[in-house]
Design a protein around this ligand. Structure first.
Ligand SMILES: CC(C)(COP(=O)(O)OP(=O)(O)OC[C@H]1O[C@@H](n2cnc3c(N)ncnc32)[C@H](O)[C@@H]1OP(=O)(O)O)[C@@H](O)C(=O)NCCC(=O)NCCS
Length: 178
């Protein structure tokens, strides 16, 4: 692989809004990541909603990750999120969560939520490493497999003080090192 890794195995990416012409690359990542992948129509339908936002991570003009999320009054809900299989474990997912946390603080929202399949252990471990904790189990949540979903949540500890956010330890380390 041609990219350079830093000591922490972090590949620095640019994070920006998703635009229509990103969709073919986003769909490739989606199909490579999920057995029950969203279709192009699913993405378009979702992104037409006023409270729905897409972001992408770019490395050397290539889309290497994406996230779709929904804004609610006090919560931000992640609906879809994946990093290209060839670019995983390079802290790209972490950088996208960090971006989301920055937005959360700016917008005075208090938590990020998501649902993850019970069989998706890598994602559960990833979100746990980012400070998310399991809140609830939704029994037989998915129509395709009847699997349970775990609701995971990252919460502000004090809405008036964004610096009081419960950052996971590894990110504090990165911030201090920056
Ligand atoms: C979940 C996902 C987005 C993580 O993205 P990523 O860029 O690879 O994650 P990072 O490199 O930022 O990982 C940060 C930390 O999370 C944990 N982690 C990430 N992937 C992991 C895995 N497969 N197994 C165990 N821990 C993992 C590790 O602690 C990791 O730090 P380390 O590499 O120093 O050990 C990616 O694995 C993915 O696209 N999965 C398929 C799609 C998916 O399941 N999306 C979530 C739907 S809810």
């Amino acid at each position: 692989m041609s990219w350079e890794r830093t000591q922490q195995q972090e590949l620095k990416v640019q994070i920006r809004w998703l635009i229509r012409r990103d969709l073919p690359e986003v769909l490739d990542i989606e199909r490579a990541s999920f057995e029950f992948a969203w279709t192009e129509e699913d993405f378009l339908c979702c992104l037409r909603q006023r409270n729905c936002i897409g972001m992408v991570a770019e490395y050397e003009d290539r889309i290497v990750g994406f996230m779709i999320y929904e804004l609610h009054k006090s919560t931000l809900q992640i609906l879809n999120f994946a990093v290209h299989p060839d670019f995983r474990r390079l802290k790209i997912g972490s950088q996208m969560i960090e971006k989301l946390v920055d937005k959360l603080c700016q917008q005075r929202r208090r938590e990020i939520r998501l649902e993850v399949r019970e069989t998706n252990l890598p994602a559960q471990l990833f979100f746990r490493s980012q400070g998310f904790r399991a809140l609830a189990v939704l029994r037989n949540h998915y129509e395709d497999t009847d699997e349970d979903a775990y609701v995971m949540c990252l919460r502000l500890t004090d809405a008036d003080d964004p610096t009081a956010f419960a950052w996971p330890r590894n990110r504090i380390k990165y911030r201090d090192a920056a």
